[in-house]
Design a protein around this ligand. Structure first.
Ligand code: C2G
Length: 446
């Protein structure tokens, strides 16, 4: 019996897929089809898969062409599958020519002609019109957001506004088709969603105006500096059926997501302490210090608090903050947080440098994420016996923002799926930022 294997996402199964499966089957007597798991697709940068793994498997099964269906979970699984199932031929569409030549060490590799004129991407785009997104504020994150949004199908950045027209001119250079608008209001009126990329003290009014205009919001953290304002905005967004999404990119990186799952699975026992450090010495510090909202806890606070809030899932009972600052700008904030039966500490610096690591302490061991933990592709789980360190490696595509943007789009297109970062979690971080914003810290002159 000649065994053939092929792999695919098979999202929104179409005649191109079926043709491939038929040709694959004709290469031998027994066809194994590997359908890609959601996590694997995300890791390899294939975002926006519309159907669940179960739906995609069922669609392949219903063709009656596959003799066996397996799930493809990770890079490198193909080799172990070929060996495990005694496969004679690996095949895949001609859009992958060359990509799998390395498998010829294990079996024959055949690239089959791809059916022209049909793809899951085309079907997805026609299923829903692309979401129109406007960028409000063209500083730092705007470029990264613009380029990463391009690879998230189902949305497009159509317009931009910034109070500084010269900045907009520079930003729009080379971005044909991007419309520059004359006011913030034009952004809210002309788009389905807005990326608020402005200093934190402007967010509240801008979010209210966006909601008023029926615009979904993805906002740079910290989205809010006051719980009262946050609750007001959430209530109005609910009434309008709109999504408020805090754009904490770290949360959507594959490594961070998996790290949370491992910690919550009890792998290091009960977590009793979390130690987080983030810092940056930006260029042109003389410019940065003019804007207090670029200061330590304003700029890093939401990210530094993220692992603490996601793991403890409880209210902070007490926080002590010590802040190094001059006039109005905070360079370095150190915080000690107490929870029901656990503690946490944060160190965040702007214009000061500290090792950017994350250490999660448990009763069976600890998880160590090296700097820069907030965009890590790697972490270790260590225990008393340092010889059995478990190492975890991940990769992310591009700048990594695409995973966050994809989650934002999902939250809009599939409200039932809900938000990965809940309102309660946003409010827990806001409580600490609010305390800081209102001067609830011990001040040390720089
Ligand atoms: N295909 C095709 N004609 C099309 C679209 C897809 O022949 N018009 C083929 C692809 O070449 C692939 C299979 O159908 O062999 C499944 O395609 P996708 O679901 O798009 O998945 P893809 O990511 O291309 O799968 O690791 C191998 C990859 O998983 C291949």
């Amino acid at each position: 019996m000649k065994k053939v294997i092929t792999y695919g996402t098979y999202d929104l199964l179409h005649h191109g897929h079926v043709a491939l499966l038929k040709r694959a089957k004709a290469l031998g007597d027994y066809l194994i089809v590997g359908v890609t798991a959601d996590g694997f697709d995300k890791e390899r940068g294939k975002l926006n898969v519309s159907q669940s793994l179960a739906e995609r498997i069922e669609n392949v099964r219903q063709t009656g062409i596959a003799d066996q269906i397996i799930v493809e979970e990770y890079e490198g699984q193909k080799i172990s599958d070929i060996q495990k199932y005694g496969v004679d031929i690996f095949t895949v569409g001609s859009d992958w020519v060359g990509k799998f030549d390395y498998l010829s060490e294990y079996c024959q590799v055949v690239y089959l002609p791809r059916t022209r004129g049909i793809s899951s991407t085309v079907l997805r785009a026609s299923a829903k019109p692309a979401l129109k997104v406007g960028i409000l504020g063209v500083d730092s994150m705007a470029e990264r957001f613009f380029s990463e949004a391009k690879v998230v199908s189902g949305m497009e950045v159509t317009s931009v506004y910034d109070a500084d027209p010269q900045k907009v001119t520079k930003f729009c250079r080379g971005k044909g088709g991007l419309e520059r608008l004359e006011s913030e209001q034009d952004i809210y009126a002309g788009c389905d969603a807005v990326f608020i990329n402005t200093p934190a003290d402007e967010h509240y009014q801008q979010i209210l105006a966006a909601i008023e205009a029926g615009c979904h919001v993805i906002c740079n953290p910290p989205m809010f500096l006051s719980r009262e304002e946050a609750n007001e905005c959430y209530q109005k967004a609910d009434e309008a059926g709109l999504v408020l999404f805090e754009g904490i990119k770290t949360l959507y990186f594959p490594a961070f997501e998996h790290m949370l799952l491992l910690v919550k699975s009890g792998l290091i026992g009960t977590v009793k302490d979390i130690d987080v450090s983030c810092s940056q010495i930006p260029e042109h510090m003389e410019q940065v210090v003019k804007n207090k909202y670029l200061g330590s806890l304003y700029d890093w606070g939401t990210t530094a608090l993220l692992p603490i809030i996601k793991i403890y899932e409880a209210e902070c009972l007490d926080s002590q903050l010590i802040n190094f600052q001059t006039e109005d700008f905070s360079y370095f904030t150190r915080g000690l947080l107490r929870y029901q039966n656990a503690t946490a500490s944060i160190k965040v610096g702007k214009g000061m440098k500290v090792e950017g690591e994350l250490i999660i302490t448990g009763t069976k061991g600890y998880l160590y994420v090296p700097a820069p933990w907030w965009k890590t592709e790697y972490f270790e789980i260590r225990s008393e016996d340092l010889r059995n360190v478990k190492k975890y490696f991940y990769s992310y595509e591009g700048d990594g923002l695409r995973y966050m943007i994809y989650s934002f789009l999902n939250a809009i297109n599939d409200p039932e799926r809900g938000l990965q970062h809940t309102r309660a979690e946003v409010l827990r971080a806001t409580a600490i930022l609010e305390k800081f914003h209102q001067g609830g810290f011990t001040r040390i002159e720089m």
